[in-house]
Design a protein around this ligand. Structure first.
Ligand code: SF4
Ligand code: SF4
Length: 144
């Protein structure tokens, strides 16, 4: 019988340093649901209509936050998220995205971009990772 336990069963080392790098970089999408749009609009004390006009673009039948000209997320300001308390699930669940958890090699690849993934960071348990992973409906700032 083959061992089906995930490679990260003993947990992974990660703690966010708030460097803001995962909100920048190459062109991508921050996918948002109508519920998340409503939550962010409320957070910024804007109507859903006004919020959507300013910050949302439609991509096919999905919605994404817009980016600045340099491809930073529209809500990144001085390395801080301006909607942190209402940020989308995709942002909340980084870096535990399916593509980063495929293998230790993929996780190491993610560490090149995310300095919070480090041998010196606290251990995050398998259960905590799974809770995050299950919440991830799509990848943040992805190109698909
Ligand atoms: S790149 Fe990693 S360490 Fe930096 S803000 Fe994003 S999650 Fe935190
Ligand atoms: S919404 Fe906030 S956490 Fe998410 S990508 Fe934009 S700045 Fe980063």
């Amino acid at each position: 019988m083959s061992d089906t336990k995930p490679w990260y069963i003993k947990g992974l080392r990660f703690a966010c340093t708030e460097c803001g790098k995962c909100c920048t970089g190459t062109p991508g999408y921050v996918w948002v649901t109508p519920d998340e749009i409503e939550k962010m609009a409320f957070f910024l004390q804007l109507s859903i209509q006004e919020f959507s006009k300013r910050y949302i673009k439609r991509v096919g039948n999905r919605f994404s936050l817009i980016e600045k000209k340099n491809y930073d997320c529209v809500f990144l300001k001085e390395k801080k998220c301006q909607v942190y308390g209402a940020r989308p699930i995709q942002c909340q669940t980084f870096p535990y995205w399916p593509e980063h958890l495929k293998s230790s090699m993929h996780w190491k690849e993610a560490a090149k971009m995310c300095e919070g993934i480090s041998d010196n960071a606290p251990l995050v348990s398998f259960e905590q990772i799974e809770n995050q992973r299950i919440n991830t409906c799509a990848k943040n700032r992805s190109d698909d």
